[in-house]
Design a binder for this molecule. Structure first.
Ligand SMILES: Nc1nc2c(ncn2[C@@H]2O[C@H](COP(=O)(O)OP(=O)(O)OP(=O)(O)O)[C@@H](O)[C@H]2O)c(=O)[nH]1
Ligand SMILES: [Mg+2]
Length: 318
């Protein structure tokens, strides 16, 4: 990591701490004060269980975490609340770490094709803009493909991000066939020696069978242009949707084979625990997280930083 990147990353982590579960960590809030000086007992563990469930960590992951903590309480390894919170942090890191797999752009593919999918309003187009900014900053030549042809506004929104980031955009009119747009985009990107093609798609629900078929068709069309494409199927999930986001992940994965996740809107939600439920259930790479609407409210997923931001909130810097 260059010094510049390290500086940016530090800034991002600072904002992650500040924005996640504002103003206090929902997991540890006042726990130390309320239970100060007490040995870890059933009442404290029950309070922690309630908080994990409230934060949408989910029943399965919560049980797993508590079972581990209880075993350590029995062995008298967790004598006070601070030790309990450290153990909780470690337990979260253990669940999240396998999902800390950054997206690497394989330069053998020209272009490297990223197909971006998800339900309506999850943050697909915004995440494409933010990702374009990162890639352009890394000196890659980026093209945005306007595969959401349902609304003229969708194409305009992508165009704004193209202008803002210095990426190119390839679009046809509203109502065009998204498959045709993708095919054209891939051919054009190849002829212009573009490094990365970011393909936007319209939001859709798993229950809308014809729209899921359309997504599969977009994939097939890309494969006609390049049998190895898409090189990444990025599912964008709105973290404020809690358990619903988990359900979407399962369903999109079944339908189109997701290879990476973006979790958005982690600012302003008390449901950040859904990230743990998703990690435990699916184990898919979490490529990026979004913590706001601006281009730099976006960063690579870091398991330890995330666990620490969840458990400790803003106050703690250990
Ligand atoms: N607070 C916050 N808002 C976000 C984040 N990511 C996206 N948004 C906002 O969420 C709204 C929807 O984002 P879009 O990028 O348009 O979502 P989309 O998935 O492309 O939506 P459709 O194309 O309609 O399916 C916009 O107002 C974004 O600014 C985030 O990480 N945090
Ligand atoms: Mg969109």
């Amino acid at each position: 990591m260059s010094d510049v990147d390290a500086g940016k990353q530090g800034g991002f982590l600072g904002r992650l701490r500040a924005k996640l579960n504002r103003p206090q960590s929902w997991l540890s809030y006042d726990l130390a004060n309320v239970f100060r000086g007490r040995e870890i007992d059933a009442e404290i563990l029950e309070e922690l269980e309630t908080r994990l469930l409230t934060a949408d960590v989910g029943v399965e992951a919560t049980q797993h975490i508590l079972d581990g903590l209880k075993r350590r309480v029995v062995r008298q390894e967790l004598v006070d609340v601070d030790k309990l919170l450290s153990a909780l942090r470690e337990s979260l890191v253990e669940i999240l770490a396998p999902c800390q797999v950054p997206l690497t752009i394989d330069r053998a593919h020209q272009p490297f094709v990223v197909l971006v999918v998800g339900v309506n309003g999850s943050g697909k187009t915004t995440s494409i803009g933010k990702l374009a900014r990162r890639l352009v900053d890394a000196n890659l030549k980026v093209v945005l493909a306007a595969g959401d042809t349902f609304r003229a506004a969708a194409i305009e929104q992508l165009d704004v991000w193209a202008t803002r980031t210095g990426a190119e955009i390839i679009a046809q009119g509203a109502g065009a066939d998204p498959g045709a747009v993708m095919f054209d985009a891939l051919q054009t990107a190849r002829s212009r020696k573009v490094d990365v093609l970011l393909a936007d798609t319209a939001g859709r629900l798993h229950s809308q069978a014809h729209l899921m078929e359309e997504l599969k068709k977009i994939k097939r069309v890309l494969q006609k242009g390049d049998p190895t494409a898409p090189h990444e199927v990025l599912l964008v999930l709105d973290a404020t949707q809690g358990q619903n986001a988990l359900l979407q992940a399962v369903q999109f994965h079944e339908a189109v084979g997701v290879t990476g996740l973006v979790l958005t809107k982690l600012d302003g939600t008390a449901k950040g625990g859904i990230v743990i439920a998703i990690a435990r259930r699916l184990g898919l790479p979490i490529r990026y997280i979004g913590i706001g609407e601006h281009a730099d409210d976006f960063g690579e997923f870091d398991a330890r930083a995330f666990a620490s931001a969840l458990v400790d909130g803003v106050g703690h810097h250990g």
